[in-house]
Design a protein around this ligand. Structure first.
Ligand code: AMP
Length: 196
């Protein structure tokens, strides 16, 4: 099973990806997590990505495409993977096509989590509060000011992927405003249908 979770920041992609990991035993490939790990480790990629991420903008396609191309060749991706937060631009979407074609594998489905914009800021603020309460590091970009920029980037660069995948017959939409369990159940149905 190879699938993409699409949706604005705060739509619940990470939460749902975690549930898919548990259910299907395939890894979640979150470019955001990978980039944050690179920043933390102080690698060259991390150094180049840090300021861009802190500003809520998108890291270059070349950087993220290279990270993902390397990651999907790891043995744990052999049975499939969940792309969370990638692709985020049309250039990245074309790169995914090429990467999969080169490896003779295909994408099963793209699930768009549809969420009301007004709910998103609240979710991001809550994520920051929860992290703080749990003694975990709070993401620098999880604040209302940077969030505005992340949402702008989403509409400008990522939302066009909705049409891209719709035209390919790959897009399925799920109501991301429902409860976490209800969203998981809907995604389960979509995944089961795609696996047939
Ligand atoms: P996320 O954890 O998915 O919200 O990503 C956090 C930040 O990492 C984004 O705001 C971008 O700066 C960067 N990022 C993550 N994934 C990508 C991607 N596919 N393309 C470009 N930048 C990305």
């Amino acid at each position: 099973m190879r699938l993409i979770l699409l949706g604005p920041p705060g739509a619940g992609k990470g939460t749902q990806a975690q549930r898919l990991v548990e259910k299907h035993g395939i890894p979640q490939l979150s470019t955001g997590d990978m980039l944050r790990a690179a920043v933390q480790a102080g690698t060259e990629v991390g150094k180049r990505a840090k300021a861009v991420m802190d500003a809520g903008e998108l890291v270059s396609d070349a950087i993220v495409n290279a990270i993902v191309a390397e990651r999907i060749d790891q043995p744990d991706c052999a049975k499939g993977f969940i792309l969370d937060g990638y692709p985020r631009t049309l250039v990245q979407a074309d790169a995914v096509e090429a990467m999969l074609a080169e490896r003779g594998i295909a994408l099963d489905t793209v699930i768009e989590l549809v969420v009301d914009d007004k709910a998103l800021v609240g979710r991001i603020v809550k994520r920051a509060e929860d992290a703080k309460a749990a003694g975990q590091p709070v993401r620098k970009d999880d604040n209302p000011a940077v969030f505005e920029e992340r949402l702008r980037e989403y509409y400008k660069k990522t939302a066009p992927l909705i049409g891209y995948y719709y035209a390919k017959g790959k897009l399925r939409t799920v109501d991301g405003m429902a409860s976490i369990d209800a969203v998981t159940a809907e995604i389960g149905k979509v995944v089961a249908a795609a696996a047939k």
